[in-house]
Ligand binder design. Structure first.
Ligand code: WTA
Length: 695
């Protein structure tokens, strides 16, 4: 998203927020390492200098960047060999790929022939180097006062116990394991345990419903499920185990049987006695894991062996199982973490993401541990018990790097600067943003209020499919512009193309594609290589198509303008409009549904659903609630429509295609810009939709 001001008045800032923006508390920079200079202009650029960053200036970047594109084989091999343990070293020639569908099947290989293990590199390597006593996880519970810490040694031992348990129930290299857990330390531990034995983890975000869990379990054929009895999120208790049980039942109805369920008893949310357990299938983590040995043999994996599946939404059909492999993902997640967060071993880092999303894979479980960071694991929500919770945690643990989503920033911004400024925050050094475009207002608030104007903001653009940061500032290496993700990371070659696939040079706006392979690009869609090729490589042959639009300015900076397909981004959660539509249509009284995104002041995008009811059915508030429930139960609460717009008919072309462009304009109150509607089969439809929407 570029700099133009929001058009929808509802998105404009309130007077209170404006006041906060105009009068941020400015203090002298207290950290000796970081100074900043703000150049005020229309295209404000902000330059920081970070003395211990790994890239000091744009020249050093340009040199490394050029080599990364010219000699990817050597550039990445050097990094991978220098930073990690390889049981079998990477061959000199290890990399090949084809991104061009016209030249045959699309494939990617990095470090092929090298053998390693990512869990070993996250844990054993550091313990072996004498860092076993360093805190690995600092756990902060939902309720103030519930906390704990685990050292690298302790995490390693627990990972081994869980690995042994998995082996004891027959899990072998290549088998899928489903993980459906809240943000407790046992979630990354479960992932690492799978990685240690070469099992493929498939983490399902704890906010997904039983139906969504079942379809993911079924798709990857996970015979073992790791879950938790319950979790507290703010004042609410969520009984995950009940959802998981229902998910297993649904899977059985679909003909697939989960054989073992390991349940972590989260006593602060629900007592064990209250948890329903299925005899013969279920066991409590606390009963069976302590019995296991605290060492476990490592499974050495070829670099191209699969590390995990992560399901993500696309514009059509059901979610796709994105496949990432071991060595490329490891090297790229670790290298981006190190450079983008200017990380040094031992830094206290906190990412507020959930392991159920890619950010929690690359920048919670793997990237930080590969760099020997000490990591905060937070079970709760940023606004509970009050809007100062994040900064209280930052002070408590002296967090240096803080990484969150624009939606959280916007929601905290609404509560007022006083919740931030009452805390010290002087430990903060780098502030990160991820998941959706950050609007310049939120960017400035993050910079001025949270970071006291002294911390670089790294606005990291990337995707589940890319495995790691793609376009992002490096702290202090060049100026930041609020709202721009700036320049590509090493090895990433972005291109902008027009509808015909023609590459655009210089200042331009177009479809964002990537024309060269990088170590952690998506390897395939699980069990559907054809869908992989059609989705990502067929649209603009020769490149990987991101699904996003972007603009490049005269300094070569990229400004992501958002999705150009039918994917919407709600509070940083990626949702396919087709999925929401099919959940609505599943309701017996819904004849047809069309879903679009609209600008939402806090969530970034909200979900606007046009619903046509069956003949003879009248709209009502209770029906509205039932329709929303249908989405909640089939996908999850985070995908619930914000608006149900009754539609006697939908705008369609004569060939029956829904004109989404028209629906988007109506949802954003831009009916004056409907454009050409002469192809509408029934032009009267628009007028009746406008009437039902109101002003
Ligand atoms: C969007 C999340 C603008 C984008 C890591 C992308 C962003 C989708 C940014 C991927 C950013 C992510 N600026 N847009 N910094 N980061 N996006 O797979 O539309 O959940 O395609 O990965 O989020 O979402 P995903």
């Amino acid at each position: 998203r570029g700099s133009p001001p929001p058009r929808n008045p509802a998105n404009q800032l309130t007077q209170r927020q404006l006041t906060n923006l105009r009068a941020p508390r400015r203090r002298e920079a207290r950290s000796a390492h970081v100074t900043s200079a703000i150049k005020a202009s229309d295209h404000a650029e902000i330059k920081h200098s970070v003395s211990d960053a790994h890239v000091q200036d744009q020249e050093q970047y340009a040199e490394m960047y050029a080599r990364s594109l010219e000699d990817p084989n050597g550039f990445w091999r050097d990094l991978a060999m220098q930073d990690f343990h390889w049981e079998t070293p990477i061959p000199e020639q290890h990399h090949s790929y084809n991104f061009d569908v016209r030249k045959g099947p699309v494939f990617t290989e990095w470090f092929k022939g090298g053998k390693t293990n990512i869990a070993y590199n996250c844990l054993d390597r550091h313990v072996g180097d004498g860092h076993g006593a360093q805190p690995c996880f600092l756990f902060e519970g939902n309720d103030v006062g519930v906390d704990g810490a685990m050292s690298y040694q302790q995490v390693l031992e627990e990972v081994c116990r869980v690995a042994n348990f998995l082996r004891s129930v027959g899990v072998k290299k290549g088998d899928s394991v489903a993980i459906y857990m809240p943000m407790v330390c046992e979630l990354p531990i479960a992932m690492l345990a799978c990685a240690r034995i070469g099992a493929v983890h498939s983490v399902v975000f704890g906010g997904f419903s039983s139906d969504a869990l079942a379809s993911r379990i079924e798709d990857c054929k996970a015979r073992v499920l790791l879950t938790c009895n319950a979790v507290k999120r703010g004042p609410k208790v969520i009984n995950l185990k009940q959802i998981a049980d229902r998910g297993c039942e649904v899977a059985v109805e679909q003909g697939f049987n989960v054989e073992h369920v390991l349940v972590y008893a989260n006593d602060s949310a629900e007592s064990r006695e209250d948890t329903h357990m299925v005899p013969g299938r279920d066991a409590f983590w606390q009963d069976v894991i302590p019995q296991q040995a605290s060492t476990a043999e490592v499974e050495w994996m070829d670099s191209e062996d699969t590390l995990f599946y992560l399901y993500t939404s696309g514009s059509t059909g059901k979610p796709k199982g994105v496949v990432h492999s071991t060595g490329g993902f490891m090297t790229y997640a670790a290298t981006t973490f190190k450079y983008v967060f200017a990380a040094q071993p031992g830094d206290v880092y906190w990412c507020t993401a959930d392991c159920g999303w890619i950010t929690g894979h690359s920048y919670m479980t793997y990237g930080p541990l590969l760099n020997r960071a000490t990591q905060v694991v937070f079970e709760g929500v940023p606004t509970y018990p009050d809007a100062g919770r994040c900064w209280q945690i930052v002070d408590k643990y002296q967090v240096k790097q803080f990484y969150t989503a624009p939606t959280a920033i916007r929601s905290l911004m609404r509560s007022g600067a006083e919740w931030v400024t009452k805390y010290d925050r002087s430990s903060l050094r780098v502030l990160g943003s991820v998941g959706e475009p950050i609007n310049p207002e939120a960017w400035r608030w993050y910079h001025e209020v949270v970071g006291d104007g002294r911390c670089p903001i790294v606005d990291t653009w990337w995707q589940t499919e890319t495995g790691g940061h793609m376009i992002t500032p490096l702290p202090g290496a060049w100026s930041e512009k609020p709202g721009s993700a700036s320049l590509p990371f090493f090895g990433v070659k972005p291109v902008l193309v027009d509808e015909k696939g023609q590459e655009l040079e210089g200042e331009a706006e177009g479809y964002l594609c990537i024309s060269q392979s990088w170590p952690s690009n998506i390897r395939t869609v699980y069990r559907d290589h054809e869908r992989y090729e059609t989705t990502y490589f067929a649209p603009f042959p020769g490149t990987y198509f991101t699904g996003d639009g972007a603009r490049r300015d005269s300094d070569g900076y990229y400004w992501i303008t958002g999705r150009v397909d039918d994917v919407i981004n709600v509070s940083g959660h990626r949702i396919g409009t087709a999925e929401v539509e099919s959940a609505l249509v599943a309701h017996p009284q819904c004849a047809e549904a069309a879903v679009v995104g609209y600008e939402h002041p806090v969530k970034g995008q909200g979900i606007w659903a046009y619903v046509t009811l069956m003949e003879g059915v009248d709209s009502s508030d209770s029906l509205r609630k039932e329709l929303v429930m249908s989405v909640r139960s089939q996908i999850g609460a985070f995908a619930a429509p914000d608006v149900i717009h009754w539609a006697p008919g939908l705008p369609k072309t004569r060939s029956g295609k829904i004109m989404r462009r028209v629906l988007r304009k109506i949802a954003s109150f831009e009916e004056d810009q409907l454009g050409d509607t002469s192809t509408l089969a029934d032009p009267g439809v628009v007028a009746s939709l406008l009437e039902l929407r109101g002003k």
